[in-house]
Design a protein. Sequence first.
Length: 117
Amino acid sequence: QVQLVESGGGLVQPGGSLRLSCAASGSIFRLNAMGWYRQVPGKQRELVAIITSGGSTNFADSVKGRFTISRDSAKNTVYLQMNSLKPEDTAVYYCNAKMGRAFTDYWGQGTQVTVSA
């Protein structure tokens, strides 16, 4: 069994910053990639950023230049640094890990990020 534990969400003013963390534990094997998705009510979950085991990254166009993603492979932890936050970044952010030959998805419980004055 795999657990993904997120932390770092909260309320921030527009233009502010937040850092999300996600630590994977349990039966971890062939951790191919870790990343973050977000979801608002009534909409599909969307990719925010992802980083592979080789260090390659991919970002949603809406966050390019504002968000960065990094990982500590020794700790099986991924970080999302969010700068210049906008109200439209408000969502529940979910940590994701892709493991094994089938790139099986594992999800965290989600953490709320609210950007509001």
